[in-house]
Design a protein around this ligand. Sequence first.
Ligand SMILES: N=CN[C@@H](CCC(=O)O)C(=O)O
Ligand SMILES: [Zn+2]
Length: 417
Amino acid sequence: MKSLLIDGIAELTTNDEANGGRLRDAAVVIEGDRIAWVGSGSAAPEADERFDAAGRAILPGWVDSHTHLVFGGDRTAEFEARMAGEAYAAGGINVTVEATRAASDAQLEANLARLVSEAVRGGTTAIETKTGYGLTVADELRSARIAARHVEAVTFLGAHVTPGGTDPDAYLELVTGPMLDAVAPHASAVDVFCETGAFDEAASRRVLEAAAARGLATRVHGNQLGHGPGVRLAVEHGALSVDHLGFLDDADVEALARSWDAGPRGAVADSAHGRGSGARGTVATVLPACDLSTRMPLAPARRLIDAGAVVAIASNCNPGTSYTSSMGFCVATAVLQMGLTVAEAVRAATLGGAVALGTDRDGWTDPRGAQQPALGAVRPGARADLQMLEAPSATHLAYRPGMLLTAAVWKAGARVV
Ligand SMILES: N=CN[C@@H](CCC(=O)O)C(=O)O
Ligand SMILES: [Zn+2]
C-alpha cells in the first residue's frame, strides 16, 4: 500500500480534540484510503510520495448531509417568480416530480453525476441524497438505485408531498407500506417533510414509525415554512437529524440541545464534539443557501450552538429551494449572516454532517455495501477525505466569500481535484 506525505500545511483543521481540533505547520500521512499519521511538520515520517502544501490550509472534505440530486428539469421560472415577491410553497415540488417521471434513467443518472462532480470540485467528499421526486413505487425505486451508485448515503423521501391527483390517505398507506418495502434495501434512512402543505404531525409520525419498524434511521424536514411540530417529533422519535429550522421556539432549541444529554441510541464519538454525554441525540441541520433562496428567515444556528445543540451545515442542493452544492458558500453565509465563527461553521460542515449521517465512526456501510472508515475528521484511521484551500487558513472561506478556493481534493486517499 503506497503512502503519501502531505507537508507544508500552514493550518490543518483536524476536528480531533486530541490536538485541539487544529494544528499549525502540520503534516499528514495517507496510506491507502485512510489517514495514517497526523502531526507537526518537523516530526513527519518518511513516505513513498510527498506533496508540498506550500503554506496552504487543509481541512476535512465537506460532508454534505442533505441534498436532493435525483431529478429532471429545473425551476428557473419559479425562482424568478419568488424573486419578484411570490412565496415558496411545497406544491412546487410537483413540477419536479413530473419532470423526473418523464426523464429516462440515463438522464437522471447523468444529471446526478454532473451535480456530484460539481460538489467534489468545491471540496465535498461525502454526500447524502434523497429520493422524493418520483413518488410512485417504480420512480422512487429507480431514484434510490441510481443514487446508490454515486453517494455515501441514500435517504427515502417518498413522504415529500402527496403527488397531485392522489388521495392523501391512500398515498400515506403506499409510502409507509409497499413503497417503503421496495426502496428500503437501497436506503439507510427515511425522511418526511413535516409541514403545512406536505405531511401533518400524525402522518409524519406514521412515516417515522414505519421506518423504525424496518430498522431504518430517520430524518425530518421540519420548521421550514413556519413553526410546526417537526423538531419535537424528530427529537421524540430519536431521528438522526431535523433539517431547515427557520422557525424555532425556546422549547425546540432546548429539546435539540437536551437530546444530547442522555439518549437511547448508544455511545457517540463525543470527544470529537467536545462533549462528554456519551449519548447520541438529534443533529440540528441548517441550510443557509436554502434560507436565502426562499427568502425565509435564517435558521438560528448561533442560538442552537449556544444552547448546546450539535449543528450540521448542508447545501440542500435541489432545483426548487437551493440550487447550489457549494458548501463553501454555505459556510461563508453561516459565518457572515448566522453569527458562527469560522471554526464552528467548518466543523458543522464536516464533522457535523458526518454525525448527522451516522458516518463519524468506523464501520458504517455505504450504499454499495462496503464498510467505510469514519468521516469528518483528520485523525489516524479516518477516511482520507481532505481539501486544500488556495489560502493559508480556513478563515479565508468567509473572508473571501464567493472565491473559488478549492485547490486540491483527496477522497478515500485518491486525488480527485
Ligand atoms: N422542503 C422540502 N424539500 C426540499 C425542496 C423541494 C423542492 O421545492 O423541490 C427542501 O428541502 O427545501
Ligand atoms: Zn430537503
